[in-house]
Design a binder for this molecule. Structure first.
Ligand SMILES: Nc1ncnc2c1ncn2[C@@H]1O[C@H](COP(=O)(O)OP(=O)(O)OP(=O)(O)O)[C@@H](O)[C@H]1O
Ligand SMILES: [Mg+2]
Length: 475
């Protein structure tokens, strides 16, 4: 258990050698006390253990009757404390042993507690008396003029007795036991120090990684902002010439620049249709970039949602007729007014109805149903309860179709910009994958939520919930 003088060359050694070992840190006081008490019980010789700085750590002794008596005398008490101090200050020799004699003839044995080449403290055994002593020495009789020689002799002979060689064995035994306890304590201390060092290292690594992640995140955020700016600028710049293309093709189609043949009319009509398609896409991009950069402001006014829904349905009716799709609007009771941006909500439902028709077969039905619900609760929540808490009321609109449906694992992804479940079907249906991301951001800008439910046996239900602000409720 002793270590050489060479320089530490491993983490463990650095840890071991760098540690200022202290007896009281290596061994619990209770264990020490237990040890010295058992030795006192076995051999009858008092034992005390002191830390390197002289602090008493464990004590198994009772005051000897002679000491008690001498301590009651003035000069005797001072001689006693000198003796005890002397024993405490005694430095053990190279073998770790020393003795200190008391004026009474009793002896203290001082035992060094060494570990790993370091002195951690000492143990003091005694006082004890050699077996052959049968009379009070003159030093004891002269210690105080008030001392009663007969009493002093009687009490002296009641001191624990031990031969020097027996005490040396007891000292060895104590050293061995302490060595074992210290070894276990040192191991535990090292383990905990290593554990601490490992935790510290992991923490440092984590902090570094966290820092790198934060930097990457900031870079991505900046890139995202640049992308939104770019999209916004490009879309804006594209819109002006496109409006002219649409306007001029419209005028051409109407024959303002001279009559056109049928085939020419068809061509012009195609230019106009594609131009309008492009305009929708560019407007979507512009909306997206405004929503992402937070520059789109809502113009909230008192809004009748039923009117908004009727308007959205009417706008898409020609398209529905073309595909023989029936669009049904079903409103449960009068809906409370919302404080909302009616135009933006119209855009939300146009997108949802457009999707519902786009991803349904011909001669299908798209059903819109609206009702008042308690906000924050499930759609099945009964209306009686929601009336009890008017401040948490909301209007729920369900847009249900019987189309191709959306698989559960992509239901949250369809709200990502440009995400389309199946790019081959997109080619068939058209679109850029922006509609739902705009829907989600607009609904959330109104403090609402949107999620997807399956429609039994086939199709999709988009559930939009918009909360009603307290001040906007009908009186
Ligand atoms: N009612 C629906 N039924 C089945 N799939 C749907 C439905 N609505 C949306 N999807 C899926 O979610 C994807 C994203 O929809 P989103 O409205 O964002 O884009 P899009 O309709 O493809 O294009 P855009 O709306 O920009 O014209 C769609 O491409 C489609 O795969
Ligand atoms: Mg769409």
């Amino acid at each position: 258990m002793t270590t050489g003088q060479r320089a530490p060359d491993s983490d463990l050694e650095t840890l071991t050698l760098g540690l200022a070992l202290r007896l009281e840190e290596l061994v619990a006081r209770e264990s020490l006390t237990e040890l010295v008490r058992s030795m006192y019980a076995l051999f009858g010789i008092p034992v005390r253990v002191f830390a390197g700085d002289g602090t008493l750590l464990a004590d198994a002794s009772t005051e000897q009757p002679l000491c008690h008596y001498v301590n009651t005398l003035r000069q005797g008490a001072s001689a006693c404390s000198q003796t005890v101090l002397g024993a405490k200050r005694k430095e053990p020799d190279a073998h770790g042993d020393a003795t200190h004699a008391c004026f009474s003839g009793a002896v203290y044995r001082v035992v060094a507690i060494d570990y790993d080449g370091r002195r951690l403290g000492k143990a003091i055994l005694g006082p004890y008396l050699a077996p052959e002593v049968d009379a009070a020495p003159s030093a004891l009789l002269a210690v105080d003029p008030a001392l009663d020689p007969t009493r002093a002799r009687d009490l002296l002979l009641r001191m624990p007795r031990a031969r020097e060689d027996a005490v040396a064995l007891i000292a060895d035994h104590l050293r061995c036991a302490l060595d074992l306890i210290l070894f276990a304590g040192h191991k535990a201390l090292l383990t905990s120090q290593m554990h601490l060092a490992t935790v510290r290292e992991s923490y440092r690594e984590l902090s570094e990684k966290n820092q790198r992640l934060q930097e990457a995140f900031d870079r991505l955020k900046e890139l995202d902002r640049l992308k939104s700016n770019f999209l916004g600028t490009v879309s804006h710049e594209l819109r002006t010439p496109l409006t002219s293309i649409i306007g001029y093709s419209e005028m051409l189609g109407e024959g303002i620049a001279g009559p056109l043949q049928d085939e020419q009319k068809d061509f012009v009509q195609t230019i106009r249709d594609k131009g309008e398609q492009l305009l929708v896409l560019i407007s979507g991009l512009l909306d997206m970039s405004k929503l992402e950069s937070g520059t789109m402001s809502l113009r909230r006014t008192r809004t009748d949602l039923e009117g908004v829904l009727e308007d959205a349905v009417a706008t898409l009716l020609p398209l529905a007729r073309k595909r023989s799709i029936e669009v049904v609007l079903d409103v449960a009771g009068p809906l409370p007014e919302l404080r909302a941006d009616g135009e933006r909500l119209r855009q939300v439902f146009l997108n949802l109805i457009d999707n519902a028709m786009k991803f349904s077969g011909e001669r299908s039905t798209v059903r819109l149903s609206a009702r008042t619900v308690a906000f924050g609760d499930g759609p099945e929540e009964d209306e009686g309860l929601s009336l009890l808490a008017p401040a948490r009321q909301a209007i729920e609109v369900r847009v249900a179709d019987r189309g191709i449906g959306i698989a559960p694992d992509v239901r949250s992804r369809v709200f990502d910009p440009f995400y389309q479940v199946d790019s081959s079907s997109t080619r068939e249906y058209g679109g850029a994958g922006l509609g739902l991301s705009i829907v989600k951001r607009l609904v959330e800008a109104h403090g609402g939520t949107v999620f997807i439910e399956p429609n039994d046996p086939s199709g999709t239900v988009f559930v939009v919930t918009i909360p009603i602000e307290v001040e906007s409720q009908p009186k």
